[in-house]
Design a protein around this ligand. Sequence first.
Ligand code: TMP
Length: 220
Amino acid sequence: MTGSSTGQRGRFISFEGPEGGGKTTQAQRLIARLQADGLEVLYTREPGGTPTGEVIRDLLQHNASGEPISPGAEVLLFAASRAQLVAHVIAPALARGAWVVCDRFADSTTAYQGYGRGFDIEQMIAINAFAIADASPDLTLLLDVDLDEGFRRITDRHREKDTPLDRIEQEAREFHDRVRGGYLELAKRWPERFRKINGMRNPDDIEQEIWELICRECRG
Ligand code: TMP
């Protein structure tokens, strides 16, 4: 039976965490398992996920204009990409009963621009609320990884693809430390929504832990 035939809102799962935690790999593995069970599942990512959002992603990551993006503009660009994604992709999918798996969502702005850049946390949460309306994740999987391991993984990935670190990846170690700590704070603030997963382990074990968690908490 597909999600769309139930007449109920679908499920919304977000993957979050510092760089190199394995979010994309685990999101893809979860989707494969859900699809194997006959569910309609949509993968999307932030920033991006819509044609407009992908333009914003490129601007945020590589900014070919050469003009520095101000921290305030950065917050609002992430929020604009998110508002577009919710309106055009996430809300319609949930309304037809599909599952949505999103690789980063609103908590990334609170962690990176709030804890990382130093913007007021409550202000980031309010901007997120405006951008997402009522499309809040049912469950947020926080893949936690220590900084050295995370950066080893992303450096290897960029070396394989022959790409440079992007604008945010290039931030100082202290920035990424604050981001990681910020995520842990958010997980404490919203324990009913966040599940912290140890991203240092073997991907097969992480996949199994996530699957058991989803079966227990979202498929009852
Ligand atoms: P990634 O999803 O491929 O890791 O790249 C997205 C980058 O953008 C990553 O460095 C985290 C950053 N980011 C923010 O700083 N704020 C946000 O709101 C989002 C969605 C991502």
